[in-house]
Structure formats: C-alpha cells, structure tokens
Design a protein around this ligand. Sequence first.
Ligand code: DC
Length: 230
Amino acid sequence: MSGSAERKLIVAIDGPSGAGKSTVTRALADRLGYINIDTGAMFRAVALMARRGGIDPEDENALGKLCTGLDIDFDRSDGCCRVLVNGEDVSTAIRTPEISLLTSVVSAKKVVRDYLLALQRRMGERGGVVLEGRDIGTVVFPTAQVKFFLTASVEERGRRRFEELRAKGASVTLEQTIVEVEQRDRQDLQRTIAPLRRADDAIDIDSTSLTLDEVLEKMEAVVRAKAGRQ
Ligand code: DC
C-alpha cells in the first residue's frame, strides 16, 4: 500500500510494562515507514545517569541539574534504535532490573517528566511517529490521531520479561520477575504525576493470547484507515 497519499500521523501506544509495547512499536513503525520513539528508554537513561552520578532519586534539585546536562537521542543508523546519552550508547546498560526499579522512582519526579515531556514533543510533533510509553495519549500528545492501550495479564507480562532477561544471561526467577512487574505496575499506577492511565479515546488491545502479527494487523489497519481520511 502506498504511503504517499496518506497523512503522517502521531500514533500513541500506552500500557503497563511487559505488554509488548517495544516490539510492537518498532514493528508497527517499520510497517508504516514511521519512526519509533521509546519514551521509557528516555526515563531509563535519566535513571542510569542519576545512579552513575550518585544522585539521590528523591532529590529533585539534583535531578533537575542532571537533566539540563543530558543530551538524550536515538541512533537509528543500523536499522535498530540505540539510545544515546551525551553520545554514549547506553542501550544495554538501561535494561537491568536495578535500573528498571530506579526508573520507576525517577519517572515520578516532576522535574524529570517536564524535561522529557518537552523533548518528546519536539521529537514527535511533525508526525510520522509511533511513540510508546505510559502517558503519551493522555499527557504528551492528547491530540494524537490514533491511540492504543496495549495490555496483557500480569503472569504473561512477567513470563515475557523473564524470557527476555534470561536470554541476556541474567540470573532471575520467574516468580521474582512477576513480583517486580507487579511492583512496577503499582508504582506506575499510584504516582500522582502522569500515572499510567488509559486515554478515553484509546483502542484497547489485549495481547495475552494474540501473536505479534495479529496485534500488528489490527493496529496497522486502524492507522491506515485514519491516515487515508482527511
Ligand atoms: O516502558 P519501560 O519499561 O521501558 O519504562 C520504564 C519506566 O519508565 C517505567 O517504570 C514507567 C516509566 N515511564 C513513564 O513513567 N512514562 C513513560 N512515558 C514511559 C515510561
């Protein structure tokens, strides 16, 4: 299908951790010829730099200073999407369980959210983007033309995260991974700033028993229908 007559839209994909957002976002962006923006990776990058700088995650002042000195970007030159902080590729370093938990704390801080909100809007405002996160459809781009809320059961999300970590050689147990997913769900849902919330006009997709292709077919059809319409 030709993309030339289609409008370049802003597509928001929100949902809890482990629902498959990263894989789905990347593959959907590929199908559409859009770029993908992993906003979770941006929060993770801030958390990593806070840890390296010995910054107390409760110290908003210090976090603010840290943010102003950061240059966060994505390198898509090898077809994938590497996360760069001040030119350094931190794609692997931001994916440890320790940084995952720290990110959940740091991402609840207003100063961090404000800094990344501005950056995310700059990256996405021209359209032709698929952004994934927790508050894309509600806060970052409430006027996004297409919004999806991607979920899966907690057990399935824990199992997926466990497989992912094991493939990377991490020594974790399935039970421990499910507990961590539940813990992050609680933190993401209960925080006062930009909690994980489904936008009223989001389309729900439960991926528990769907294949990746089935999820993508559904999403692509929605975006194409919307993009072809003026
Ligand atoms: O999607 P992820 O697992 O990489 O996200 C890491 C953390 O960042 C997670 O605890 C939720 C938080 N996050 C957020 O608060 N807002 C976003 N837009 C994206 C992620």
